[in-house]
Design a protein around this ligand. Sequence first.
Ligand code: AP5
Ligand code: MG
Ligand code: ZN
Length: 215
Amino acid sequence: MRIILLGPPGAGKGTQAEVLSKHYSLAHISTGDILRESVKLGTVVGLKAKSYMEKGELVPDEVVVEIVADALKGDSVKEGFILDGFPRTEVQAAQLEGVLQEAGIGIDAVIYFKTSEEVAVARLSGRRVCSKCRAIYHAKNMPPKIDRICDKCNGKLIQRKDDEEKTVRNRLRVYDKQTAGLIDYYRTKGLLKEVSGDLDVQEVFEILKDIFAKK
Ligand code: AP5
Ligand code: MG
Ligand code: ZN
């Protein structure tokens, strides 16, 4: 199965990708995670991406497309994959199509998490992520068993730098301006499945399982 997860910041793309990738043994490709790792390591990609990410702006298309094209070459994607946070512009979507066409494969479904702005802002202000394994928590909705410690690997939980309210608001604006157009783009192609991102984690997961059972 090859799936794209589309939706605003805080919609729960990363959270559902974690669960889905385990349940269906799919590779989880998050451009946000790959970019944050590159910034941390100070790679060429990281140096290019850092200033955009800090402001909540999109990293240039060519940088992101190359990351995804590379990720799709690996063995781990043979059984299928989940693209989380990519594509985010029509240019990225068109280039992804080119990459997939060359490989002779296609996308099975694009899941659009329709999420209200208040929910997104509340989720991002309480989000905590593991500094080691990238697992996602929420101070209220999904707290770890031990305060600020990851249940899975004992790593330290931290707040993402772009989760402060001003940057969150900008990320939401950027999403409306540059990414939301992809909803119609994929609807026209007959690939779009709309799910309410405002529901709780388990409810969303159940709906997704129903969708994939019909695929
Ligand atoms: P990225 O890391 O992709 O961030 P994003 O799209 O803004 O989305 P988030 O990760 O913030 O939200 P999410 O939907 O994954 O929600 P999550 O599951 O964590 O991108 C970061 C930056 O990288 C961008 O700003 C850009 O600069 C750059 N970038 C990345 N991809 C790019 C691209 N393709 N092109 C250009 N630039 C790119 O959940 C959020 C919180 O809510 C968590 O605390 C979670 O525990 C909680 N939660 C989740 N689901 C539920 C639920 N159902 N009920 C209650 N709480 C929930
Ligand atoms: Mg995410
Ligand atoms: Zn961890």
